[in-house]
Design a protein around this ligand. Structure first.
Ligand code: AMP
Ligand code: MG
Length: 398
């Protein structure tokens, strides 16, 4: 039986980086950059007025002591000056306008008194060069990297694509994923269930966990524990890059998933991990490259398996950095029931300007609503039976 880190390493070893594709800026949201984004020119692209006011040459002010200037022109953002500034001249300028080369300071409008074609200013001492002017290239230089491969295209990145006029961008392709739920007792949620039957919730959990990655489903299939039907479903699922199965990977007489996968050319990489919940986790790969995850059917095991093993796989496959763990003190205590590392749902609590994680109350791993209201999973390490108040533990946010 693999340890959690052995299992994770074996999984990550199969996560070769997916190819890229080009999408329009309008489709780029929540996709992962597959190219570095560089500044197409200096930013600001010109010396830019950062205040509404009067642009003048500081030698007139500092050396010649002028406090009254002739206003030769009014320059709005987006306009080009028509006059050159001579000695004692200034121009009225609006925020965002390109400052002409003769001017090297702007005095803000609040310090001025404008009458007819002249303006006078309050005494404010010597002027510093480039006062109220953002210099060309002071933010970013031409060719500078603004965003890098592996970053998620959020609003900030997409706005930068627009700034640099990049209407198309290379992003990681989305893998094709299929989900198969197994179990003779498991029915689609829109069917009437008899007392001994349950509704399929795992495929809904998995389908929506995949949405975090923008991944839709190729096939979503529900099959009873019947080898022939399971084989047909698996054959369909194997057309995808990734196949995720729920249920049928334990030691029961109707747990046919590993056997049927093997019969269809999927090699077992490992079966079972020292983890609770989720021990019967199965992982394998077909020669053509389809990677197969077999998750135990217990809803909590299924969600823990996704967060702890499938999410890091998807991050690596798509070129995202490893999912971040947080390390936070535990509020209260936690008792472990098995000899394995145990994952349990927790909430983040802020108290007296400190952040803690607190066990989210639930009735064991079969509790259908165990995860609702939790902020993530905390890990109770294998080696300690009881976690005391304030122990720092690993927390995986949803
Ligand atoms: P299994 O891993 O197939 O032994 O299933 C373990 C437990 O999870 C059983 O109680 C199943 O009824 C339940 N289960 C299996 N599949 C699903 C599913 N798709 N949705 C919700 N519960 C399930
Ligand atoms: Mg089953």
């Amino acid at each position: 039986m693999k340890t959690i880190s052995e299992a994770l390493n074996l999984i990550l070893a199969q996560a070769d980086l997916i190819e890229s594709e080009t999408v329009s800026i309008h489709q780029a949201y929540n996709r992962i950059l597959a190219e570095d984004i560089k500044a197409d020119r200096d930013y600001p692209p010109f010396n830019r007025a950062s205040m509404d006011g009067y642009a003048l040459n500081i030698s007139d002010w500092n050396e010649h002591g002028l406090r009254q200037f002739k206003v030769v022109e009014e320059l709005h953002a987006g306009a080009v000056p028509t006059q050159k500034l001579g000695k004692g001249d200034c121009l009225k300028i609006m925020t965002g306008a390109a400052v002409p080369p003769e001017a090297d300071a702007i005095i803000k409008v609040e310090l001025s008194a404008h009458q007819g074609t002249t303006v006078s200013f309050e005494e404010i001492g010597d002027l510093k060069k480039w006062r109220n002017i953002a210099l060309r290239g002071e933010d970013r230089k031409t060719g500078e990297i603004l965003a890098t491969k592996g970053q998620l295209c959020n609003a900030a990145i997409i706005s930068v694509l627009a700034v640099i006029g990049k209407m198309e961008v290379k992003v990681a392709k989305l893998p094709k994923v299929s989900i198969i739920s197994t179990g003779t007792e498991v029915l689609p949620p829109d069917k009437t269930v008899l007392p001994h039957q349950i509704r399929d919730s795992n495929s809904f959990a998995l389908q929506n966990l995949l949405k975090k990655f923008n991944i839709g489903l190729e096939h979503k299939i529900l099959v009873p524990d019947d080898k022939t039907l399971l084989r047909e479903a698996i054959l369909k699922g194997l057309q995808s890059d990734i196949l995720i199965l729920s249920g049928g990977v334990s030691m029961g007489d109707a747990d046919f998933v590993p056997e049927v996968l093997n019969s269809q050319g999927v090699q077992t990489i490992f079966h079972k991990i020292q983890i609770k919940p989720g021990k019967p986790f199965w992982f394998g790969k077909k020669e053509n490259g389809t990677v197969v995850f077999g998750l135990p059917g217990n809803p909590m095991s299924c969600q823990v398996g996704f967060r702890v093993f499938i999410e890091p796989y998807l991050n690596a496959k798509l070129g995202l950095p490893k999912p971040q763990s947080l390390y936070l003190p535990l509020m209260g205590t936690h008792q472990k029931r098995s000899k394995f590392t145990e994952y349990f749902p927790c909430k983040i609590i802020n108290k007296n300007e400190k952040t803690f994680i607190k066990t989210h109350e639930y009735n064991g791993s079969g509790d259908i609503a165990a995860m609702i209201g939790s902020d993530g999973l905390a890990a109770h390490p294998a080696k300690s039976k009881k976690l005391n108040e304030n122990t720092i533990i690993e927390f995986l946010p949803w």
